[in-house]
Each structure stands twice: as C-alpha cells, then as structure tokens.
Design a protein around this ligand. Structure first.
Ligand code: NAP
Length: 603
C-alpha cells in the first residue's frame, strides 16, 4: 500500500498555497473571472466553483486565459453535484468530463467529493490523475459532526494530494471534535478540516491553528459558498490567519446571536495593535455547558459574555468581583493559569467611565431609563460612585425592585419635565435599529445637562438626535461599547488598551453598515435612483449624518482623566465634539476581590 507521503506534485502545490483559499462563485464565467481578478493580487489561492455555471465545460477556455494572465494564481476546480451539496445538475460522467479537462485549462487541483470518487471506476480516476492535476478529495456532512476518522480512512484509500473533511457544527463542542481529529493527524500535512454552520465559524481559524493545511473564505461578505464561511479580508486582516499558530491564545465573545457582533473586529484590532499573539472569535451558543467545555478544552483564555449567558455563568465562576454579584450579571471571564474562571462586569465601567470624564458622579442626579441588564449595571455602578439615581421603566414593579436593591428612587414619566438631572441614561432598546417602539422622551422631558444613549446602532438614535437639536451634550453607545471592551482587554492582557484605535474601527464598521443599509434601501426603490450617473460617482457616498467622530490624536492617561474641578467643562462642549469621545485610560487590570467570593456555589 502506498504511504501517505506527499509526492512531488503535493510538494509543488504546497509551496504555492497560502492558508486562505478564496472561493469564487458566479453565474457566468465573466463574473467569476472579474471577481478572481480583483482577489488574486491579495490572495492568489482560489477555488473556482464551476458547478455554479450553467455550462462549465464551455467556460474552460476563459479560465485557461485567466491562468495564463495570472501565473501567480493557484486554482482549485470544483464541480460538485447537487446530490453532494453542490449546484451541478449533470451526471457523474459529466462531472468527470469537466474535471478531467481542468488540467489543460490551467487548474492545479480538482476537488472531487468522496461519494463521486467511490462511484468512479478505477480507470476513470487514473485517467484524471494522468492529466497531472493534483487531487483533493472532500467529504461534506451537512447535518452534523460524526466519525471523522472513518471518513479520513475512506478518503485516504485513494491517496489524494489533499484530504478535506467538512462536517457541520451543531454546537461549539463539534469544533472540538474536529480540532482533536486534526491534532491526531498532525503527521499529515495535507488535511483540511472545517466545520460548517454558525457554530462552526471558529473552526475556520482554530482548524488552521490545529494543523489544517488551509481554510476556505468567501470573496466578500455576502458571497459565501458554504454556511459559516468568513470573507477573506476578515480572515486575513481581522483574524490574522496567516500569523495564527499553536502558541496563539484564544479569546472570544459568547452568546446568541453573535454573527454580526462588532466585538471581534474591535478586540482583534486591539490585539494586533498591541502585538499580542491572540485571536478573538465569535462563539455562537445558547448553552453554557457547550461554552464551558470549549473554554476548558481549547483552552479559551477570556470570554466576553453576552445574552443569554450573563446571569447563568455566575454560578460557574471561582470568584466574581462584588459588583458583578450584586448586579447579578457578568460580562467578562478570565481563565487563570490554574484553569479557574474569574468574573468581572466591565459594562459598569462602560457606563460610569464615559460619564465620569464629563462630570463628578458623587452627588450627581441621574435618570436611568430601563431596569434590565444594562440598566442594572448603570444603576449599581452609579450608586457605587455616590450618584443619586432615579429609575423609569415600562414595567413599574421591575423598577421598584431595582430601586430597593440599589438604594435608588423610581420616578414617573409625568414628573420628568419638572425634575432636573445631571444626566439621562437610556438603557432600553428603544431607538435601536429595527426597534419600532416610539421614543420614550419628548423635548420637554430632557431637563438634563447630558444625554447618554447606550444604544449604538444606529450611530444617531432618535434620542441623540433630539439632544443635538436641543444643544444638550450627549454620549453615544459606541463609547460604552469601546470602554467596556477596553477594560476587558486590560483584564486579559495586563496592557493598556488602544482605546482610540478600537473606537476608530468600531465607528468605521458601523458607518459601513449604515452605508450598506442605505444602499440596499435605495436599491429596493429603483425610482429614487438618479438616472445614468457617471461611473466615478456610482459608489455609495459616505454618510453625511452628524454622527460621532473618532478622536484624531491619542491622548495620554493624564489628559484623559476627568476634571473633577470643572465638571461642566466637558458637558458644555459643542454636541458633536462631546459625542462619543473615548480617551485611553491605562489602568492596571482589575483583580477579582480577594476573599469576597460572591458566586462560589460551583455546580
Ligand atoms: P434587557 O435586559 O432586555 O432590558 C431591556 C429594558 O428595556 C427593560 O427594562 C425593558 O422594560 C425596557 N424596554 C424594552 N422595550 C421597551 C419599550 N418598547 N418601551 C419601554 N421600555 C422598553 O436589555 P439590556 O441588556 O438591558 O439592553 C438594553 C439596551 O442597551 C440594548 O438594546 C442595547 O442597545 C443597549 N446596550 C448597549 C451596550 C453597549 O455596549 N453600548 C451594552 C449593553 C446594552 P420591561 O422591564 O418593561 O421589559
């Protein structure tokens, strides 16, 4: 039996390939070649999904020209049949005809599904190999993650140049099954392992870390050819896939939904900026047991915890800081060297920090709208700083309960116009993109020196818009988001967080999202489009909304401190400048309160 030792073709191929192979799909050869041409300079390793074409055979001369024009490109040809999860409606013989002609069209590898390989006559497979093209045999399981070793054995029997095993992750732990499989196979350098699905997103990075020869990426967001695929640029720039190795520490944001979370772009930017060999992933799960298994077995060094796990995780922590215990929620977990988990709540600092930069909180009168998770962080955090807190909530009983627990007062909507506040904090989802609820407050209710809306999408919420119209200084929710993330970074790494940079990327991502949404809305109303615009103007214009601007210069720690003597100074700035202005605050990492175990009852 032939040993699984890479042949000359494999060595040659391996010297050409990168860790990311970009999947190119399109309904016409011209569309695919246009996409490939725009990608190839940055990422020369491409998979052409020939099965997306109506007549792939006829398209081969176009691809031959592409490879002649782009000698740097390494191409995989895939013509997966419908029965195996692809789009090619032809027979096995028709698939074979296409892929047998791929070597002459300049392709370097063909991807043949295991089911097809097993159905082919030996002579047919030999004919394919005789063309000199490299052979990648793949297996896709669209329903779950099963016995990967037996799939490997079935594929290995064909002695291909590459073995691709692609199960579907139904839970985070399925990624562990794949990672352990890749680790067991670490004497083979020709295996590709990926889990499909949202829960499998992390495998696209952790698979490479565990020894996968490479991984697949979409050309751009929205052009995915597999469930859970990440855009190539995100994989390369945000996750720094080319630098990920066995020593790379793993962090992540856990909860549901998590796919559109801005935390990965913010935290990976911070790691890159501070040259920390770490990667921060989106951990899609609703089950704490699923998350905890991954945390202990990968291991994961730190987690940002979001809904619905913020409360439930408390009883699984060795210790939490006393404020998290009183709030009853933890948004930050640190895995110490002894493997024990420690909890913190940086949402509190995310709210009190930006306010403290503008006013002293001791004695300040602050109205908090809402009595849910974010409101609890606000109320307890503000009370701890000595503020006098008033709570207004849709459900009066919840407000009363929170007021009792925290030593605050409740207030009725009708009383607002006559009651002056130093700040009003919105901790409800009212104003959030997609939330159709009517604004909670009118102009007459904004009897305040400052408005802080924790909602950060859209950048200018109706409440912020109203504050701006009334010339009331305001803080947007991005500042909270960045501030709580910066504190997490410091807890995990012990380094000051690059807060300015974190703010910049989050703002940029939100602006791009706003532009994309606006372009989509415009596209759905064709009559609103200007006719025959010159090509140079065809791009969506940057938003002209008066939203928060990123600071232009990094500020030192000393400068970022709030001025206790001149509290009104910050609050009285012109609104646009006052809005969402993060300032770096290089604090040492917080430590869990020694001996003040709040959630020790381990389950
Ligand atoms: P939550 O636990 O679900 O609490 C929501 C609160 O808002 C509850 O008090 C609820 O009142 C109230 N509410 C919901 N819909 C309402 C409506 N239509 N009218 C009036 N009140 C309404 O949510 P959360 O975790 O506290 O988050 C609240 C918001 O804060 C989020 O939507 C998010 O935008 C923002 N947030 C921002 C950050 C950040 O980093 N910037 C972080 C966390 C949260 P009831 O008690 O009557 O249900």
């Amino acid at each position: 039996m032939r040993l699984n030792v890479p042949g000359i073709a494999s060595h040659f191929l391996r010297s050409r390939i990168t860790k990311v192979c970009v999947a190119i799909a399109g309904s016409t050869p011209a569309e695919m070649i246009e996409k490939a041409s725009s990608v190839v300079k940055e990422t020369p390793f491409l998979e052409f999904r020939l099965d997306y074409l109506e007549k792939p055979l006829l398209a081969l001369p176009r691809f031959r020209q592409f490879f002649a024009d782009n000698t740097v490109a390494t191409g995989i040809a895939t013509c997966r049949r419908v029965a195996n999860g692809g789009k090619f409606a032809g027979s096995l013989a028709a698939e074979l005809e296409v892929i047998t002609k791929c070597a002459a069209a300049g392709f370097h590898l063909v991807d043949l599904e295991l089911e097809s390989a097993e159905s082919l006559r030996k002579g047919d497979l030999q004919k394919l190999r005789d063309t000199g093209i490299g052979l990648l045999i793949s297996h896709h399981d669209f329903t779950g993650t099963r016995d990967l070793d037996s799939i490997f054995t079935r594929i290995e029997a064909f002695h291909p140049d590459f073995i691709k095993v692609v199960p579907t992750a139904r839970a985070l732990v399925d990624n562990l099954t794949l990672i352990r499989f890749l680790e067991r196979m670490n004497d083979h350098s020709n295996i590709i392992g990926i889990c499909m699905g949202d829960a499998g997103i992390i495998s696209r990075v952790l698979g490479v870390r565990a020894g996968s020869a490479f991984t697949f990426a979409a050309a751009t967001l929205g052009e995915e050819t597999g469930p859970g695929q990440i855009a190539a640029r995100t994989l390369i720039e945000t996750y720094r896939i080319e630098q990920v190795d066995a020593a790379t520490k793993v962090y992540g944001v856990a909860g549901n939904p998590i796919r559109s979370s801005l935390s990965p772009i913010m935290m990976n930017t911070a790691f890159r900026r501070e040259t920390v060999n770490a990667v921060y992933l989106a951990l899609q799960t609703t089950r704490l047991s699923d998350l905890l298994k991954l945390v202990h077995e990968i291991p994961i060094q730190g987690i940002s915890v979001t809904m619905p796990l913020k409360q439930e995780i408390l009883s699984h922590l060795e210790r939490t800081d006393p404020l998290s215990a009183r709030i009853g929620a933890c948004n930050t977990v640190l895995r110490a060297q002894d493997g024990k988990l420690y909890g913190f709540n940086t949402d509190v600092a995310g709210i009190t920090g930006p306010l403290e930069k503008r006013m002293p909180l001791a004695g300040a009168r602050i109205l908090v709208l809402g009595a849910g998770g974010a409101a609890r962080a606000a109320v307890f955090g503000l009370r701890e700083k000595g503020a006098s807190v008033f709570i207004l909530n849709r459900t009066a009983e919840t407000a009363q309960k929170l007021a009792r627990q925290s030593g605050s007062k409740t207030i009725r909507l009708e009383a607002l116009a006559k009651t002056p506040f130093d700040a009003i904090v919105n901790a409800t989802p009212v104003g959030m993109a997609g939330n159709k609820a009517a604004p909670l407050l009118e102009a007459k209710d904004l009897n305040t020196k400052l408005v802080f809306d924790l909602v950060y999408n859209p950048l200018e919420t109706p409440l912020i818009h109203l504050a701006r119209q009334l010339s009331i200084p305001y803080i947007t929710g991005i500042e909270m988001f960045v501030h709580q993330g910066a504190r997490q970074f410091e807890i995990w790494t012990g380094k000051p967080a690059p807060e300015e940079e974190m703010f910049r990327v989050v703002l940029h991502a939100l602006r791009r999202q706003a532009e994309a949404d606006a372009a989509e809305a415009a596209a759905s109303k064709p009559e609103a489009k200007p006719a025959a615009r010159p090509k140079s103007e065809a791009k969506p214009k940057p938003s002209t909304k008066p939203v928060a601007k990123p600071p232009t210069k990094p500020k030192s720690e000393a400068k970022s401190k709030p001025s206790a003597k001149s509290p009104a100074k910050h609050a009285a700035r012109p609104p646009v400048k006052t809005a969402a202005k993060p300032q770096s605050k290089a604090k040492p990492p917080a430590k869990p309160a020694a001996g003040k175990s709040a959630a020790k009852a381990k389950k």
